[in-house]
Structures are given as C-alpha cells and as structure tokens.
Design a protein around this ligand. Sequence first.
Ligand code: NDP
Length: 403
Amino acid sequence: MARVMIIGAGGVGSVVAHKCAQVPEVFTEIILASRTKSKCDKLAQEIKAKVPVSTYSVDADNVPQLTKLLKKTKPVLVINVALPYQDLHIMDACLEAGVNYLDTANYEPLDTAKFEYKWQWAYQARFQKAGLMALLGSGFDPGVTSVFTTYLQKHLVPTIKEIDIIDCNAGSHGLPFATNFSPEINIREITAKGRYWKKGKWMETAPLSVQKPFVMPDKLGKLNIFLLYHEELESLGKHIKGLEQARFWMSFGENYLKHLEVIRNIGMDRIDPVSFNGTQIVPIQFLAKMLPDPASLGPLTKGKTCIGVQASGKDAKGTEKVAFVYNVCDHQECYREVKSQAISYTTGVPAMIGAMLMLTGQWKGQGVFNMEQFDPDPFMAALSQHGLPWKVLKKRVFTSPIQ
Ligand code: NDP
C-alpha cells in the first residue's frame, strides 16, 4: 500500500522502524535514511521486516540532496525523526518532490534556543497548493497529549477551560547523568524560561522555578514536577475553543537537576560557538558528544513513565467536570519488544500511528496540521493496540501552585 521514508536512525527512529515493520499491511516498503548509513544498516538487520527495506545516507539539511533521494526512491510519506533543526529543510524537500510529511518536534533554529510553530505554520499555503499533508508533532508530547485533550473534549469535558499536561518519568538508568533523548535538544528545552498559556497570553517564569509534588496513579509513587514551556501549549491554545489556561509539567530527579545546575554554571549549555585551540566549538554540542547516546540507555533503564492530561471545565448542562487521561509505559517491556527505553518508545509508537492514519486516509487533509485538528478516536484505539494503552480517571489528580 505505501512506501515510507524514515529520516533519522537515533533512539526514536529505531522505534519507528520497528513499529512500522510490525504493520506490513500498511507500510509495504520502508526506506531508512540518516546521516550515518551504518546506523540504518544495523537497524534494517534488527527489525526483521517482512517487507523490503532499503538504506541511504543523507544530509537532510542539504535540500537538493534530499530532494534527489526522494525523487529516486518515491516514498508517499516522510517520517522525520531527525532533529528539530532539519524540519524546514525536510519540508522544503517534500514540497519539491511531492511527498507528504510527518514529524515529532517543531522547528528550532540552531542558533536560538527557541521553538515555535510559526515557521512551520507558514508552510500552510504551499502544502495546500501542492495537495500534500504535513502532520506536525506526532510523538507523545507533543502528539498524544493533544489527542488526549481532544478525547477529553469529545467524551468527558465538552467545554475545556484548563489543561495540565503532566510528564513523569519514574524510571532510572543508574548513570550519573544522561538524557533520555537527544542531549542537545533536551538541555535546550529544560534550561529555557518556563511559560504557560493564559487567556491568549504567555505568562513567563524563571527556568525550573515553579514545582509541586505529584502523586502518580497506579501506585507509581510521588515525584516533583516542574513548570516548563512545551510546544503543544501553543497549538492547543490556538485550536481548543474556549480554553483559558494550558500548562505543562515534567518530573526531574535531584541528580539530574544537580548536574544541570553545574552544566549551566560553567557555561556548557551555551549554544554559540567558542574559539578553542584555533577551532570553533559549540559547548552544548561538545557536551552532547561526551554524554551517553540515548539509544544506549535501553538495556539500563528500569521503571515506568506516566504521561497524562488533566482537563477541567463544564459539560453541556454547565456542570463542572474534571478528568485525567494517562498512559503508563514500562522501560524494560519496551526494551524487550524493540530494544529501546520508554522515552523513545512513547515517541516512536505515536509517530507510526500518525503515519498509519495518514496512509489509510483516516486522518486526511491538504496543508499543515496539528494533532488536535483530527478525530481522536482512531488514534486512541491504535494506541491501545500498538503498545501504549491508556486509562481515564474521572477526578482531579493535580492542583497547581499557581493560578
Ligand atoms: P537522536 O539524537 O538519538 O537521533 C537523531 C537522528 O537524526 C540521528 O540518527 C542523526 O544522525 C539524525 N540526524 C541528525 N541530523 C541529521 C541530518 N542533517 N541529516 C540526516 N539525519 C540527521 O534523537 P532522538 O531519536 O532521541 O530524537 C529524534 C527526534 O524526536 C528529535 O526531533 C526529538 O526532539 C524528537 N522527540 C520528540 C518527543 C515527543 O514526545 N514528541 C520526545 C522525544 C524526542 P546520525 O545518523 O548521524 O546518527
């Protein structure tokens, strides 16, 4: 039925490849492309696909080179799981070659630690004119968190006033310091100012300055969660009518925070080039090279993640409603299935599902779309079927320290 190209062979790319190979009736041919071809070759061996798999080296920042590869291999869809810096270049190449597009993280310029949808939303007219579809942010957060929100709106809280997205990782890899996904992107995200969306305006807080303990469901224990800016706050603010407040919270362990503080204090999180022995180096990129590869954490990580959305508002009769939808994912079970920890797994599975819904026409359109613009039901059904089952609690699980 469909030939897809997966760009990026890191932690997330590996899960996407495994999961696409599990659905051969939809993904009838898989092309793996990344900067380093040997990673694609290794992955091709690992996934044991029943469908043809080919591998290529490509620099996705080189638009003519990627366009040439797309024209030669003719996929109907590119699943972009390289880094956010590549988003616009891959979208450009898709437009040149007439290929649909999906990603899991919004564009971020290399020289500014800032992510916003404005750059990708600006492609709306070009994708529409070309009769192509681009689905933005089909990971877990962003991604499933938007689908959880529209599910809550459709079935439980018809007029949503407030949402709190809560991302907890109760797992541990046992290493002094490592990030669960791309170290550079992770550190840029966490060290940015906190921001939340309130009545159409952004409210700013100092980095990691607002925190609260959160008792996770399913007896998973208690963790401290911190207010962060996250990209889906922007698209949910735009698309969920009547929404008054949207916030995002993430858990961090003391060890992680201790290392992060030192990294910041000594300037290793700097994203501007520094002259060293006659060479220009970017401290955060050098640091990322020294840290463990997220893809190597799979066998080490134990414990569970718990990510969910709490929505509060009213039903059609004006009665107050509040509910929490969440997924719990076990790091070791993920490793047994696809040789990756749960952070890559919870991102890669929704990327495969978004692609599947596009290819089967269950989610369709021309232009650039966010996840909350589509019917959540087929996505929710697919989550349960493909390894990320979810549950609903019809009660308040979290009260924020700020209002
Ligand atoms: P990794 O760093 O593990 O892998 C990134 C991959 O992209 C590598 O294989 C790398 O190349 C490849 N790559 C980088 N630059 C280029 C380029 N110019 N051309 C071609 N390939 C390139 O990252 P992750 O797998 O952890 O993350 C992948 C994406 O998923 C990121 O955008 C991240 O932000 C996003 N993400 C989204 C989440 C969500 O819930 N929505 C959660 C976690 C991550 P090489 O072949 O040299 O290794």
